[in-house]
Design a protein around this ligand. Sequence first.
Ligand SMILES: CC(=O)N[C@H](C=O)[C@@H](O)[C@H](O)[C@H](O)COP(=O)(O)O
Length: 227
Amino acid sequence: MSAPTDPLARLASPLIVSVQADDGSPLRDTAHIVALARAALLGGAGGLRLRSAQDIRAVRPLTDLPIIGLTKQSHPDTPVYITATPAEVREVAAAGADLVAFDATDLPRPHTVRELVETAHAAGALALADISTLAEAQAAYAAGADLVGTTMSGYTSHSPQQQAPDFVLMHALAAAGLPFIAEGRLNSPELAAQALAAGARAVVVGSAITRPDHVTRWFAEALAGKR
Ligand SMILES: CC(=O)N[C@H](C=O)[C@@H](O)[C@H](O)[C@H](O)COP(=O)(O)O
């Protein structure tokens, strides 16, 4: 099967909402994920980013908008946890994801980026490479990725460790003429708009919209000791 045409063309807006709940979160059940996805769509999400085949299958009937799918699973032989294996790529594509997101960083990995890209394409999905540096983005495109996302910046030891989004990386990608999705710590509408201004094709926002436990912690920490 050949890969479909660019699903970002079908985005209803440049805002992709990541609807994920961490293991142990009270929102982890797929029923809660479906409710959060409905709320995101009601609010004007142009697309969704979802973790696990089960969540993708449950949300797919709600919308024709692009869905980015991934798995998050630890493996004994690698620090890579976002869709690390061809089997996981196939699982996510079969569940109905338009794009399969996978770790494309330089971390030690059991399967090459090219292998995961080819698996996504063979399954009829596009390949979205989650990167943390410009060099990883260049390598991912050379390996056939359809798009890259700045998802992993701040989450590999060789990328800047910071609370802010990685605007330096976004500007570098734009300057190199590499299309990208901005993702990671875009915790306010202003930061999301700044990412678009930096050249992002779309922005992914997760925690600020769909992780109320994180948002509560931001407020609690800001107010700690101020009473
Ligand atoms: C590094 C990693 O594992 N990121 C994950 C990727 O799917 C998610 O946990 C993030 O929520 C997502 O990237 C959106 O970012 P933020 O929640 O900061 O808006």
